[in-house]
Design a protein around this ligand. Structure first.
Ligand SMILES: Cc1ncc(COP(=O)(O)O)c(C=O)c1O
Length: 409
């Protein structure tokens, strides 16, 4: 008689092992790679079995708007990585943010959020929630006194992202969590820029973490997705029914792509971070660059906090090209490997000009307040050879030299 193979609690695995094996469900075919269950519904052997499953007396899937085996594997793997008790996947990062906030709020409540938010998140906080009677206050996320002053008796939740987009400011998650908890509110953190590998908001005191899985989690520019991670109680109280009944479900196909991507997430993020560090160093010394912002550098305005809160500087580098918008455009148009895109967290390196794209909706004074100047460029570092990336940046910045010389002639 053969002894069955030992099974281990996936929670006991180290990070990389969790990302390869965590949450796997095997079908009766004993496949090696996780299966893609592209199905809307499920069959029951009998009417009694259907009744039991609907009543919650028997385990099993009911309908893919509620749950699906492939989506469930993705949720379980992400929960293991984040150290969360529970998680729910969504069709996009914005579906995750919207559900995480709306699920907690009702008319008459108040939300406090850091001003430096991704544009669509700002829309949810400033435009959408007030339409449903939820008041909102925006604060400078790095100023703890502003968080304290903004809290009201009816404040139910607070929301921030760190590092922020695009200026890579660091917000002290533990300190903000303490402030909001003292006033009986919760904290939701959008952890996209840090990735689940560089920063663990739940360990720092946040109540809920959200991701656009579209970014590093897919990491290869293919599928949209999002995920909400929190305690069992948070998900049961605020999220479970909202998602089930309103239906921003993640497609099983997208979940499968992301599940397989998680296997390589640590290798990809580590390589991209190493390249980002090198590129930040190169840019800091460049005569056409007036400022480099990278959370892993000693000259970052919050270097000590970044070091305490994050395991590394991450995969994004932001910098100011001297000469404002004309120079930033000329530089980006001269790039030959690095693409122009508002997306980030891709294997392909991408630059964006926030003032004319992601943050175009803001008034000039709002952009100025956030430190988004006309020469500011955000670079998402990909998986290309870093020497090729540096050569590409060098030749594109060199194009500014030529135009300066021509202007002088
Ligand atoms: C910080 C941040 N949060 C949320 C989102 C929204 O994610 P999605 O595009 O998957 O809806 C993005 C997308 O760019 C983002 O950068």
């Amino acid at each position: 008689m053969t002894t069955p193979r030992k099974t281990r609690d996936h929670k006991s695995f180290r990070e990389a092992t969790k990302l390869v094996h965590g949450g796997s469900l095997r079908s009766s075919f004993d496949e090696t790679s996780e299966a893609l269950f592209l199905t809307q519904g499920y069959l029951y052997d009998t009417m009694e079995a259907a009744e039991a499953r609907f009543k919650g007396d028997a385990p099993g899937f009911i309908y893919s708007r509620y749950s699906n085996p492939t989506v469930s594997m993705f949720e379980k793997r992400m929960a293991l990585l984040e150290g969360a008790e529970a998680s729910r996947a969504t069709s996009s990062g914005m579906a995750a943010v919207t559900a995480a906030l709306m699920g907690q709020l009702k008319s008459g409540d108040h939300i406090v959020a850091a001003r430096a938010l991704f544009g669509s998140c700002l829309y949810v906080v400033e435009d959408l929630l007030p339409r449903f009677g939820v008041a909102s206050t925006l604060v400078d996320g790095t100023d703890l006194d502003q968080w304290r002053a903004a809290m009201r008796p009816n404040t139910k939740t607070a929301f921030l992202e760190s590092p922020t987009n695009p200026t890579l400011e660091i917000i002290d998650i533990a300190a903000v969590a303490k402030i909001v908890h003292e006033r009986g509110a919760t904290l939701v953190v959008d952890n996209v820029f840090a990735t689940p590998l560089m920063q663990h908001p739940l360990k720092l005191g946040a109540d809920c973490v959200v991701y656009s899985a579209t970014k590093h989690i897919d990491g290869q520019g293919r599928t949209l997705g999002g995920i909400i991670l929190a305690s069992e109680a948070f998900i049961a109280t605020h999220i479970h029914n909202l998602l089930r009944q309103t239906g921003p479900s993640l497609s099983p196909f997208n979940a499968w792509v992301m599940l397989k991507s998680l296997e390589t997430l640590p290798i990809r993020v580590a390589a991209e971070t190493r390249s980002a560090e090198r590129i930040a160093e190169f840019l800091a010394d460049h005569p056409h660059v007036s400022r480099v912002i990278y959370p892993g550098r000693a000259d970052h305005p919050q270097a000590a906090l970044a070091k305490r809160q994050m395991k590394g500087g991450g995969t994004l580098v932001t910098f100011d090209v001297k000469g404002g918008k004309p120079s930033a455009f000329k530089f980006a148009n001269a790039l030959s490997i690095i693409g122009i895109s508002n997306n980030l967290g891709d294997a392909k390196s991408l630059v964006t000009h926030p003032a004319t794209t992601t943050h175009q909706r803001l008034k000039p004074e709002q952009r100025a307040h956030l430190g988004i100047g006309d020469g500011l460029v955000r670079l998402s570092v990909g998986l290309e050879d870093v020497e090729d990336l540096i050569e590409d940046l060098d030749q594109a910045l060199g194009a500014l030299e030529t135009s300066k010389r021509r202007a002088a002639e």
